[in-house]
Design a protein around this ligand. Structure first.
Ligand SMILES: [Zn+2]
Length: 241
């Protein structure tokens, strides 16, 4: 965890600090070694949130694209079930950064738990994913509106790529990240009613600024995803005629 409670305040790990977990209240200890990024761990017991994934530099870099007070927010369901959201925006979007393999049951549970969820998936973990990803796509349309963070719409033609096999049934948008030198993210939209799958070429910087937009009356990210789902539904009926 990046944060623990120290003297009543959310604090980052520093050598020899101790604190308390913001989720369960158990004592925590700062781990400030040379190999892993500095973090907090529960003293003598396992992490209390079973959905928690050990943080990598990739996780930290992503979290740090957003304000401190949006990072590692506790989300409590009506049932009392609690989990730590990697990011929770002021528009109540939860962004989960996923590096390691996720079993389908846990993916489903997390999709159900968070009402407004977007996934960012590390596409660099397996070498073969990126070339397979490209082989699976066919360009459908270019977006000419320069205000839009979306550049192109592509259709997934077959599921030869593990990323699509794992994620294409997901009801939340999934952003594949193929490394920060790529200025684009690849947004897998939820499948349409014909079980077709589409991908948006999405500006990385646009993903961040759309979420960081603090004009409270308007949920730009929701509107954008909704609009593109409509566009894609049209494209798909078009291609069947
Ligand atoms: Zn805890």
């Amino acid at each position: 965890m990046k944060y623990s409670i120290v003297n009543g305040e959310r604090s980052e790990a520093q050598p020899s600090l101790s604190g308390h977990c913001q989720t369960c209240g158990s004592p925590t200890i700062a781990k400030c070694g040379k190999v892993k990024i500095w973090h907090w761990a529960h003293r003598g017991k396992r992490m209390c949130d079973p959905w928690w994934e050990n943080e990598t530099e990739w996780h930290r870099n992503w979290k740090n694209c957003f304000p401190d007070n949006w990072q590692e927010r506790i989300h409590t369901a009506e049932s009392g079930e609690k989990h730590i959201a990697d990011i929770k925006t002021i528009k109540d979007w939860v962004i989960e950064f996923q590096h390691s393999h996720l079993n389908p049951e846990e993916r489903r549970a997390r999709n159900d738990f968070y009402e407004k969820l977007a996934w960012v998936v590390d596409g660099t973990r397996r070498k073969r994913d990126k070339p397979k990803f490209w082989e699976s796509l066919k360009e459908m349309a270019t977006v000419t509106n320069t205000q839009s963070p979306v550049r192109r719409i592509l259709k997934v033609l077959w599921n030869d790529c593990a990323l699509f096999r794992e994620w294409s049934g997901c009801p939340a948008p999934v952003f594949f990240d193929f490394g920060k030198e790529d200025p684009m993210l690849w947004c897998l939209l939820p499948q349409n009613s014909d079980r077709e799958t589409y991908v948006l070429e999405f500006l990385r910087a646009g993903f961040i600024t759309f979420h960081r937009n603090e004009i409270i009356e308007k949920d730009f990210f929701s509107d954008l995803i909704k609009n593109f789902r409509t566009t894609v539904a049209k494209l798909s009926s078009f291609s069947q005629e």
